[in-house]
Unconditional design. Structure first.
Length: 460
């Protein structure tokens, strides 16, 4: 066969392999870091292609070659600079990609060897036949790699149904089989290449490896997928625990507020009941000409009435308590509080669910304003009713520094945030989705806005 033609075919096959593994890398990366924007994804694709071209330019020896290093370096450097909070997932994604590609190599190499033996078993008549057979082998090899990578990604998509964060312990646990697979594959590849240099092909000396190595690869991948599935189940359980904890805490808080409301209304009823006695006392003081005592008596009565006064009356005891409680909390921190919020019972959305939303929005707003050392500290809360819709909007000033959870929710800075960060806003989003609505966040300069929309009378 013409040497130049053979090298051209090898280069073409190499470019196809670079494109295939780049595609697999991007798919795996987006599966575990799905919040990446389009520009970032394009950057990842370009960086991976560049690493592949460098590998093709310098050449590789064995499976590992030089392309592993630039791919890992580019991806992890990018994650460290741009997605530091997701660095653990980035490390795992890179290792998983290397393992998937390594096991694909073994399976495809074994199958290509079988096809090659069958193709060259007969009598070769001409160089043209050799060219056709070589081209066919390269095509079949590339096609097989594509099919295997597609199958691996399909299984991954079936296992990873919802993105979850990893801690370093989980990252290490899930990466063990990946590291074993990468090391094992490269050891066998190195052995195979060294034996070829001595004039002996590994598969000819050990033909049982043609099925044993792909089987080993399948078992490694099966173990990795099983570990990922177990991790997903654990993540779901952890998510349920967080949700239950948060909802339980909020339910207790609302119950306490309702008890305070009952005490408040009891006070009003007592004042009304005693008003006749107060009027009698005032009349007696007036008739006796004791005007100074009467003025002092009215002052004490006024203080009693003021203590029972609500700054906001929304139409529901639940939202009354929440708004007034948060209003006093904001006042104590010198935060301007403005609201145009009313609850309409005819909207078809229970006051409890509306109260949970309002409580969480205001808690996050007060927390954000409290971090401001200078500038205007303010909170605005509004509710608007449209046909079949309730729109709750909150706006507050903040210091301009904002981090996001993997679910694209603002991350809390509270001490327990590592375990339960974003749970309040996650509950807001869950309630909105329960009413076929949604949550939208907006950031402009040092102003944070959140809008929650719910469909009236709908509960999924």
């Amino acid at each position: 066969m013409n040497t130049e033609l053979f090298e051209q075919m090898q280069d073409l096959s190499g470019i196809v392999m670079i494109l295939l593994r780049t595609g697999l890398l991007c798919l795996v990366w987006r599966l575990f870091l799905p919040e990446e924007a389009d520009k970032r994804v394009r950057f990842i694709v370009l960086a991976a292609l560049l690493a592949g071209q460098l590998a093709l330019w310098f050449g590789t020896q064995g499976l590992l070659g030089i392309w592993y290093l630039p791919v890992a370096l580019v991806m992890l450097t990018y994650a460290l600079l741009k997605q530091r909070a997701r660095f653990r997932e980035a490390v795992f994604s890179v290792l998983l990609f290397f393992n998937l590609y390594a096991q694909t190599y073994f399976a495809a190499n074994s199958f290509s060897t079988i096809v090659s033996d069958l193709a060259f078993r007969g009598t070769i008549q001409s160089e043209t036949q050799i060219n056709r057979i070589v081209f066919l082998l390269l095509f079949v090899g590339s096609l097989l790699v594509a099919l295997l990578q597609f199958a691996e990604y399909a299984v991954l998509r079936a296992v990873i149904k919802k993105t979850a964060t990893m801690n370093w312990t989980e990252t290490a646990f899930l990466s063990v089989l990946n590291v074993i697979g990468i090391i094992l594959t490269n050891m066998i590849a190195d052995i195979s290449l060294s034996r070829i240099g001595q004039g002996i092909v590994l598969y000819e000396e050990r033909p049982h490896l043609l099925w044993l190595l792909p089987l080993t690869s399948a078992l490694i991948l099966a173990g990795e997928f099983a570990a990922l599935l177990a991790w997903q189940k654990y993540a779901e359980l952890r998510e349920y625990e967080r949700s239950y904890f948060s909802e339980s805490q909020q339910r207790k808080a609302l119950q306490a507020r309702l008890e305070e409301t009952e005490q408040f209304y009891d006070g009003i009823r007592k004042v009304r009941h005693e008003m006749k006695n107060h009027m009698t006392a005032l009349r007696a003081l007036a008739q006796a000409g004791q005007y100074d005592e009467m003025d002092a008596y009215i002052g004490r009565l006024d203080e009693t009435v003021r203590a029972l006064d609500l700054a906001f009356q929304t139409g529901s005891p639940i939202t009354d308590v929440i708004l007034n409680d948060k209003y006093h909390a904001a006042q104590s921190k010198h935060i301007a509080f403005t609201t145009n919020f009313l609850y309409d019972p005819s909207c078809g959305i229970p006051a409890y669910d509306v109260g949970v939303i309002v409580n969480n929005l205001l808690e996050n707003a007060i927390e954000a304003c409290d971090k401001l050392t200078d500038g205007k500290r303010y909170i605005v809360l509004n509710a608007r009713y449209k046909p079949n819709f309730l729109l709750i909007e909150a706006e507050n000033s903040f210091d301009g520094e904002l981090s996001w959870t993997p679910e694209q929710l603002p991350q809390s800075s509270k001490p327990d945030a590592e375990a339960f960060h974003g749970m309040g806003l996650r509950n807001v989003r869950d309630i909105a989705e329960r009413y076929l609505g949604g949550v939208k966040f907006g950031v402009e300069n040092h102003v944070f806005r959140v809008s929650v929309i719910l469909q009236s009378g709908v509960h999924s």
